[in-house]
Write a protein that binds this ligand. Structure first.
Ligand code: B3K
Ligand code: ZN
Length: 852
């Protein structure tokens, strides 16, 4: 298959300043007429190349005259043109209903909608489908009025009317030049929740959230989040919205979270629809974050877009950083940071240490869809965060202002962004740029030696080899450091930002009144792995005394991790230090309940596995369950108190209420782990009485992990109650796929045959297959049936939706981390996948790279 390389970039030979599209919409057969005004860029005699995929030209006109000297090169349409400026018209026919890949124009339920990023537009019409060709769009749609009463596209509506035969039409203009990937249209029978937002300069923007009529009552939270995001971007970045309308449409069939099309965002319905009965606190927070993320793209992505797809993190890393900062401002910043770091460790660190590791700005790809990764998004966000830390708030804002003004209306590069940071921040970031080119998570070993009043902090860094990058240079690591007195707990130094950019370095601290305890990488100021020899007593001390809540959390995690790694390797460990530290945190009434809930959670099974040379999923599970049991038993009274503290309060959605629910449900988990005799009735009572999905799903999870009569009853009740709600049925599948029971592999196989299971809907596929792949012990069952199941599903899904199939492959690529038996079984499944005839390039790229 063809490999696209960053070094091969060359600017477009033809530009398309204006385009008019005419859609004769129909689910079975849609006609698309395109009228492109093209201009030759520079002196060359190359013909016009228009990308296509899956269609055939029904007509080609140049300057109004039908021509036949065009040819096809693969799927591309090549048209010879004599002059510097022409009008090129094409006509094609496409079949939205048969589009199961969900790229281009497709049907979701009764609606027609589009998804063009990254290269879906070529499946709609012939066009230079690359992000550095920016066009102004005029879009006309006509359709059956009864079936598709609502016709939406980018920009502003300009005219509409009726047609004979029960049809109607509408025309939309988008005044902002944009690349193809931001094109969108929607046709359907949709209801709208309308709102308005008045911008800082006093313009009124009409907001609309479009959903099926029955879902209207679940759209207020998304609308509120949108208004909050619009105000936040004005306040924090000085960015104002630029069109008179902003529409969001929710659809059920969507390959990922949502899409930032100019003025017409299209969302996976799971990131729009919420009410207390069907959505958890986690869902509410995710909705606000994704609504904000897509809105923020209007500047970081749309007004300034990407020159080529290697620059993807330019818009995604920056926009994730922006949405993380927004969410941090809505509630507890510390808890948000903990969640983000937990997510980074769960998805990006494994990617960075596995066969699919790639730099934040990759060098090559076979299929760009495979590069919408945690590295591009989440590590990319960490890079922006580090630059913000190095610059400080005022200079960072000056640098983003410079970036937005200098590159407005253009397609830019990561380098352009860093250059603005350097210029406005008055710093030298030449070595910082390695973060964009070098893959792999840096490991930093730290130790501190104390010499009566004088302490030496020793730092050493190592960036492990990754595919194609055997040797690494030392990176620039901004590490926030602070020392505390071991006896009094008082700070011995102010917080200090160390820019550690060599292989090793020593820093001396003088005049210390007592033995120092080191708090390092506070706030997770650098996305690295810290290896320290701090004893359990120091970690316990920091978990109680550090004045940075994130650092307290980290100290507790490290203490737990050390204990769990020792227990996994040696079969047993002393749990005392962890129990005391958890007791201390639980008993600290001054702490935010949401923080306590995060702090007392044990590291995940997969994160424990990441610390080991060879992952032993059964030993990890056993060690973790043993510690959970001991914590549950030793602190039984405190868990009951935490559980009761959150009991019987009517539902409210605010940070304090969320924190109480979170801690209560963490406590429920520990009560279950202790083996308490009343756990099944307790959980069932919570399940039945809950007035919100957070509590109901937590109770269901507890029951599903056990072996009680209440288990089947709860699953049935849940299923029947929510049979009409696909988003909640996804939870029903997911909860079972994540079960800690021994029979989960066979239960999951049975669920794949359930009448409500379908590979055609990405959310449903992910809720079973994706969740199972994340269930470390169940997926890695020693007989290999988890691997076989995943491979079977991926092969079947690849024929329907390659993009979604490829996204679910990575658990199979982790074979190097396992024993030879498991590794052999995983490799055999990868080889089986690669050998499938007519495999998509999406799945081929992921599977073949995973074998290397
Ligand atoms: N930009 C889209 C992601 C598109 C994924 C294409 N495979 C959503 C987002 O990141 O905001
Ligand atoms: Zn994005």
């Amino acid at each position: 298959p063809h490999v696209t390389r960053r070094e091969d970039y060359s600017p477009p030979e033809w530009l398309v300043p204006e385009v008019a599209l005419d859609f004769d919409l129909d689910a079975e057969r849609t006609r698309v007429k395109a009228r492109l005004e093209v201009t030759r860029r520079g002196a060359h005699d190359a013909p016009l190349r228009l990308n296509g995929a899956g269609q055939a030209p029904l007509a080609v006109l140049v300057d109004g005259v039908a021509v036949n000297d065009w040819r096809l090169d693969g799927e591309d349409l090549i048209i010879p043109l004599a002059g510097g400026r022409h009008v090129v018209e094409t006509e094609v026919e496409i079949a939205p209903e048969r589009n199961t890949q969900l790229m281009g124009l497709y049907a979701s339920g009764e609606n027609l909608c589009t998804q063009c990023e990254a290269e879906g537009f070529r499946r709609i019409t012939y066009f230079p489908d690359r992000p550095d060709v920016l066009a102004r769009y005029r879009v006309r749609m006509s359709a059956d009025k009864a079936r598709f009463p609502v016709l939406l596209a980018n920009g502003d509506p300009v005219a509409s009317g009726d047609l004979p035969g029960g049809r109607h039409w509408a025309e939309w203009h988008d005044p902002f030049p944009k690349p193809t990937y931001l094109f969108a249209l929607v046709a359907g029978d949709l209801a709208v929740n309308r709102g308005t937002f008045v911008t800082q300069s006093g313009r009124e923007v009409a907001l609309g959230i479009w959903v099926r009529r029955a879902d209207l009552p679940r759209t207020d939270h998304a609308l509120d989040a949108l208004k909050a995001a619009m105000a936040w971007d004005e306040r924090v970045y000085g960015r104002e919205y630029d069109l008179d309308v902003f529409n969001i449409v929710a659809v059920d069939d969507f390959n990922f979270g949502a899409m930032e099309n100019k003025g017409l965002n299209i969302f996976n319905s799971r990131y729009i629809l919420a009410d207390p009965d069907t959505a958890t606190d986690y869902d509410y927070d995710a909705i606000a974050a994704v609504v904000a993320h897509e809105y923020f793209h209007n500047w970081s992505g749309n007004r300034v877009t990407c020159r080529d797809w290697f620059q993807l993190s330019l818009k995604e890393g920056f926009t994730v950083y922006r949405d993380q900062s927004f969410s941090a401002d809505q509630g507890s910043a510390a808890v948000k940071r903990i969640e983000d770091v937990r997510g980074l460790r769960a998805s990006q660190f494994p990617e960075d240490s596995g066969p699919l590791a790639h730099p934040v700005r990759p060098e090559s790809y076979i299929e760009i869809s495979n590069f919408y990764t945690a590295t591009i998004y989440n590590k990319g966000a960490e890079l922006i965060r580090m630059m913000a830390t190095i610059l400080g708030p005022a200079k960072f804002r000056a640098a983003t202002d410079l970036y937005f003004s200098r590159f407005d209306g253009t397609a830019a590069t990561c380098e352009d962004f860093v250059a603005c940071m350097e210029e406005a921040g008055e710093v030298d970031l030449s070595r910082f740029r390695l973060w964009y080119s070098q893959a792999g998570t840096p490991r930093v070993s730290v130790s501190i030696s104390d010499n009566g009043g004088r302490a030496t902090l020793r730092l050493a860094q190592h960036v492990p080899p990754t595919p194609g990058q055997p040797d690494k240079q030392p990176m620039v690591l901004p590490l926030k450091v602070k020392l505390f007195g071991a006896e009094t707990g008082r700070p011995l130094t102010p917080e200090r930002l160390v820019l550690f950019d060599t292989l090793s370095e020593s820093i001396t601290f003088e005049g210390l009144a007592e033995r120092p305890v080191m708090s390092i990488n506070r706030g997770f100021s650098a996305p690295v792995i810290i290896e320290s020899d701090r004893p359990a007593t120091d970690l316990a001390f920091l978990s109680a005394h550090d004045d940075d809540p994130f650092a307290r959390y980290e100290a507790m995690q490290q203490l737990m991790l050390d204990t769990l790694v020792a227990a996994t390797v040696e079969g047993r460990a002393d749990h005392r230090a962890v129990i005391d530290a958890v007791a201390n945190t639980l008993g600290d009434a001054t702490l935010d309940r949401a923080f306590v809930a995060e702090a007392v959670l044990l590291p995940s099974e997969s994160f424990i596995g990441d610390q080991l040379v060879t992952v032993d999923p059964d030993a990890i599970f056993a060690a973790r369950e043993a510690l959970r049991r001991d914590l549950g038993t030793a602190l039984a009274a405190q868990w009951r108190a935490a559980y009761d503290e959150g009991d019987g309060r009517p539902y409210a959605y605010n940070p304090a209420a969320k924190g109480l629910r979170r801690l209560r449900n963490v406590a429920l988990g520990y009560i279950a782990a202790s083996g308490a005799a009343d756990i099944a009735p307790l959980a069932f009572r919570q399940f039945e009485r809950a007035d919100n999905m957070t509590d109901r799903q937590a109770a269901l999870t507890t029951l599903v992990n056990g072996d009680w009569d209440e288990r089947a009853a709860a699953l049935d009740i849940f299923y029947n109650r929510y049979a009409d709600n696909p988003l909640v049925l996804d939870k029903w599948f997911q909860t079972q796929a994540l079960s800690t029971r021994d029979d989960t592999p066979s239960a999951v196989a049975a669920l794949a045959a359930h009448p409500d299971f379908t590979l055609a809907n990405p959310n449903r596929a992910r809720s079973l297959i994706g969740a199972f792949g994340a269930n470390q012990r169940a997926f890695n069952a020693i007989d290999g049936r988890g691997y076989r199941f995943l491979a079977d599903q991926l092969i079947a899904l690849d024929r329907i939706n390659p993009q979604t199939a490829a996204k679910l492959l990575p658990p199979l690529g982790r074979w190097r981390r396992f024993d030879t038996r498991r590794a052999g079984l995983m490799r055999a499944e990868l080889e089986r996948i690669v050998a499938v005839p007519e495999l998509s390039k999406d799945l081929f790229e992921q599977a073949s790279k995973s074998l290397e």
